[in-house]
Design a protein around this ligand. Structure first.
Ligand code: ASP
Length: 290
């Protein structure tokens, strides 16, 4: 039996599959599924030493320089993959989204296969070579994924062998929950649970400091709504998971069991500790494992 994902478990359990299945879950296609009964963040801890590959972007890939950067990241991440299954559910106009990515060169030359064109999206995930979840409204995206019962199959395939790219809302859903999104709850998902591919939360489009609004006469007026750091502090008043505030233009890349920060800085928030600023090209592993 081919078993992917358990060989690097904290203990070698390959000879005890029957027993483990009866505790936790079942096998499909010969791959062990850790029970969906376990919370996503617990599953994420079990699975973090697999051959999983993630490319998680903040967003703001609007300037030529940033587009060039992202395209390079995509080329080296996806390699000789031909078709990428694209998930546009965070926006209302699915065809328009695919077209916009191609027009802006954000497909990096790969063929984008919109999942909305498949009669059976779960089957499409089963057969995908790679998956890319686009940005937009995170609540809408999560509602759509739950509604189509797709979280389990995406999680299973990505933990096994499917390269996963997310941008913005697509990075939010790679985390254990959607709780560190910046979006308005325009629809009600059945739960805040997301894919749990990471053991930490991401706050995309992160920036720090107070916001100032430019007025018609060109002057700036202070804006006293919560800063991002305030919002993340509030998150930690109620929750424990680390949060990575990822500046626009940056990506977090997970390969060979290592987290690399590329293209921008990030601020890492650990509950009860001073936030730590990380520069592009840092490795985030130990910080995030704590
Ligand atoms: N709305 C963002 C996006 O572009 C997500 C976020 O800011 O949380 O997908």
């Amino acid at each position: 039996m081919e078993i992917k994902g358990v060989t690097h478990w904290p203990f070698d359990c390959s000879d005890r599959l029957g027993e483990i299945e009866s505790w936790f879950g079942w096998t499909i296609d010969g791959k062990l599924l850790i029970a969906s009964a376990l919370p996503a963040w617990v599953q994420a801890i079990f699975w973090r030493h697999t051959g999983m590959k993630l490319l998680l972007g903040s967003g703001g890939f609007r300037t030529e320089q940033r587009v060039t950067f992202l395209v390079k990241q995509m080329r080296s991440f996806f390699g000789d993959v031909k078709r990428i299954l694209f998930v546009p559910y965070a926006l209302a106009d699915h065809d328009g989204y695919v077209k916009m990515l191609i027009d802006r060169g954000l497909h990096a030359g790969y063929e984008l296969d919109g999942i909305h064109n498949h009669a059976d999206p779960i089957e499409a995930v089963h057969h995908a070579e790679a998956i890319y979840v686009g940005g937009g409204n995170t609540f809408r995206l999560v509602t759509e994924l739950h509604g189509r019962d797709m979280l389990g199959i995406i999680r299973q395939r990505v933990r096994s062998d499917l390269p996963y790219m997310g941008v913005s809302a697509g990075s939010n859903v790679a985390c254990p929950t959607l709780m560190t999104t910046n979006d308005m709850p325009i629809v009600m998902p059945p739960s805040f649970e997301t894919l749990g591919l990471t053991t930490f939360q991401i706050n995309p489009h992160y920036f720090n400091g107070q916001t100032h609004v430019e007025l018609a006469d060109g002057s700036f007026q202070a804006h006293f709504g919560e800063t991002r750091d305030d919002r993340i502090r509030e998150f930690h008043e109620m929750n424990d998971m680390p949060v990575v505030g990822l500046w626009e233009g940056g990506v977090l890349r997970y390969e060979n069991n290592k987290w690399q920060l590329k293209g921008s800085a990030a601020r890492v928030f650990l509950k009860g500790k001073e936030p730590q600023d990380m520069q592009a090209d840092s490795e985030l592993g130990e910080l995030l494992a704590s």
